[in-house]
Design a protein around this ligand. Structure first.
Ligand code: CUK
Ligand code: CUA
Length: 659
């Protein structure tokens, strides 16, 4: 059934909204918060909404739906499937067989620890890049270099990546690197976009959760990270039971060396971070200014302090020696009482903002930071140009439109519009930035339209929205719940990434596709395909490993109990049909794929030794293992490389130790 067929009865729509609200309430249960006839509690202390507010939101959106004839209130009946839907605007996201997408999308994979590369507008998954996880298809985490990198990067077997960021030059993507945080273990990783592989992981000292993560515009001077969890500093057991002495840190990591440069300690929690376009301000959202350790305490106050980090002022403090060194890292005191915050150039400005605000996105021209209220139905716009001279909310708050319930993230089309995800309303709201500046605080005047999404969106992202020059056209809503949108696949359901056509902002939003996502993307970032130069064959000059030729293939004894086995791979044979080692030998196996042809990958699997890895054309990979048990072990190729792929084998013979 087409979503444009029958306009719906407004009463029915209101009823549906009531039901949605009830189910939200059931999910956020809180037995002590009584629900009265007049007030609806979301089970979060300090937050209650008049039932009338809720009705009003429904009616307003309903009116818009009937006037514009759009799908704003079509609710669950939208027929947009994972195939292309013929659309009234003529927007098609179909990419014909053999054609390429226009944009790369880089999706964080949440607690799967990986990144996913998705083509826009087709939404086809192109590849996955293991980052904090291990991956047996590529051998990431099993080969010598990658295993060491994970080991030195903390030795954890998983991570929780949320915020992928592309490196910038002059405020635009330069296609070199992608940086992503590990919220779980306080790490930042770098992905090389020439080969689409993780090449560095930094385990940042003194921090448990690095949640917000961004690069400092316009030239990626630092990768910045927000410590979310407060803990004693140093966290060595001293003062463990006294939350008054816990602290949160903000960190700057060098994008080349990936070494931690400095940290700033602040009051309250940090959450998400984005920077202005001039390299001075990093704005962090925050919750728990109450510095509590439970949910009641964390949500008690009506306002939390958004923090504006003055990067040059912090650098100056470090240079002047105004820091305390903790675990080798200079930690600058950015708490409210710090002497560094008393003069006319404080290192951190505190700006009270309603209420447990979740996100920060700086708009395209760098004038405003948009801070979504989460527990307040508003987005607060900070005037970054006014920030240098004041942190008085009356002077730096440029606008505060009321956008709807549960605003979490905002994105931009580059033509004066902002799009905010509404977690509780399950909508994307499009609004006019200038109108919001001119309107009263709390006004809905700037709202242009609302589009239902399914369901409960977190991040939304439009094409190149984080650059100085967004491209518009497509927007993706990353919805946390899919509920009834897909065939049931057991109780752990996929998320639902929805593609919405926005044009250049002149059009009505149109929902075009649903795409299930494995748990759990949080954020994504898009780059035009021309900005990324992905190589199809390795350049051996880029690597230090010794390239192995067919003549090099052989076994070299390197010690009483160690051997170095070198062999090539090509269609359809390993450089050694067999090789012999002694029981107990430590075997270092180096393999080079000597193919020069793109897309001919060979895999090296050694049964019963827990080894499998891929070698791409012109690449060399190494593994080290112990040959514990005497016997014959067939080594076979795991990538279907030729008609004689099954015959592509070698034998490792492990001779019993003497005596
Ligand atoms: S957070 Cu997940 S929905 Cu890490 Cu950007 Cu807002
Ligand atoms: Cu080489 Cu299959």
């Amino acid at each position: 059934m087409s979503k444009h067929e029958t306009p719906r009865d407004p009463n029915e729509v209101l009823e549906e909204y009531e039901e949605t609200l009830d189910s939200v309430l059931a999910e956020v249960e809180s037995p002590d918060e009584a629900t009265t006839d007049d007030d609806i509690s979301l089970g979060l202390p300090g937050l209650s909404l008049g039932r009338r507010d809720f009705m009003k939101a429904g009616v307003a959106a309903g009116a818009m739906g009937s006037v514009a004839g759009c799908s704003a209130l079509s609710g669950g009946d939208s027929s947009a499937g994972s195939q292309s839907t013929p659309s009234s605007s003529g927007a098609s996201h179909t990419v014909e067989p053999g054609e390429h997408d226009e944009y790369y999308g880089f999706w964080s994979g949440g607690h799967s620890g990986e990144l996913r590369v998705i083509g826009i507008p087709s939404m086809r998954e192109l590849t996955r890049i293991p980052v904090f996880n291990t991956d047996c298809a590529s051998g990431y985490g099993f080969t010598d270099g990658t295993q060491e990198m994970l080991e030195e990067g903390g030795g954890y077997s998983w991570g929780d990546n949320h915020h992928p960021n592309l490196s910038e030059t002059d405020g635009d993507y330069d296609g070199e690197y992608l940086y992503v945080n590990d919220k779980a273990n306080g790490r930042i990783a770098r992905v090389n976009l020439t080969y689409f592989e993780t090449d560095a992981i930094t385990d940042v000292p003194n921090m448990q959760a690095i949640h917000g993560c961004c690069v400092l515009s316009p030239d990626t001077k630092y990768v910045l990270g927000n410590g979310e969890f407060r803990a004693p500093l140093p966290n060595d057991g001293t003062d463990a039971k006294n939350p008054d002495n816990y602290t949160s840190l903000f960190v700057a990591v060098d994008p080349d060396s990936m070494e931690t440069q400095w940290q700033v300690k602040v009051d309250g929690n940090l959450d998400i971070v984005d920077t202005g376009k001039e390299g001075r301000w990093a704005i962090s959202s925050a919750y728990n200014s109450e510095e509590a350790t439970d949910i009641q305490g964390m949500t008690k106050d009506d306002r939390d302090n958004v923090k504006a980090f003055d990067i040059p002022a912090i650098e100056q403090a470090v240079e002047n020696g105004n820091y305390e060194e903790v675990n080798g890292i200079p930690v600058v005191d950015g708490t409210q009482g710090s002497s560094l915050n008393q003069g006319d150039r404080p290192v951190v400005k505190y700006i009270p903002t309603p209420k447990s605000p979740h996100c920060v996105e700086v708009g395209p021209n760098g004038d405003y930071a948009f801070i979504a209220g989460k527990l307040s139905p508003t987005v607060t716009m900070l005037d970054l140009n006014a920030l240098a001279d004041s942190s008085d909310p009356d002077e730096v708050v440029a606008g505060r439109p009321r956008v709807g319930l549960g605003p979490l993230h905002t994105t931009f089309d580059g033509n004066g519009h902002a799009y905010t995800s509404l977690f509780i309303d399950s909508q994307t709201v499009k609004w006019d930035i200038q109108a919001a500046v001119e309107a009263e605080e709390g006004s809905e005047d700037s709202i242009i339209e609302k589009q239902d999404v399914h369901y409960n969106p977190g991040h939304i992202q439009a094409l190149e929205a984080m650059t100085t020059d967004p491209d518009g056209e497509w927007l993706v809503s990353l919805n946390k719940l899919s509920k009834d949108r897909f065939l049931p696949v057991g109780p752990i359901m996929p998320d639902n990434d929805q593609l919405i056509h926005i044009g250049q902002g002149e059009k009505e939003m149109e929902l075009v596709a649903d795409h299930p996502a494995y748990p759990e993307p949080h954020d994504c970032v898009f780059a035009h395909k021309d900005k990324i130069d992905a190589k199809k064959v390795y350049d051996k000059d880029d690597y230090e490993e010794t390239y192995i030729t067919e003549e090099d293939s052989g076994v070299e004894r390197t010690g009483e109990n160690s051997v170095h086995v070198k062999m090539t791979t090509k269609r359809s044979e390993f450089g050694l049909p067999d090789f012999t080692v002694q029981e107990g030998d430590e075997v270092k196996l180096s393999t080079t794929n000597i193919e020069g042809v793109q897309d001919i990958i060979h895999g090296v699997a050694i049964p019963e030794h827990d080894i499998n890895y891929a070698v791409a054309p012109q690449d060399t990979r190494e593994v080290t293992f112990t040959a514990d048990d005497p016997g014959v072990y067939w080594i076979y190729c795991t990538y279907f490389c030729s008609a004689l792929h099954l015959e592509m084998r070698s034998r490792m013979i492990v001779e019993p130790a003497e005596g």
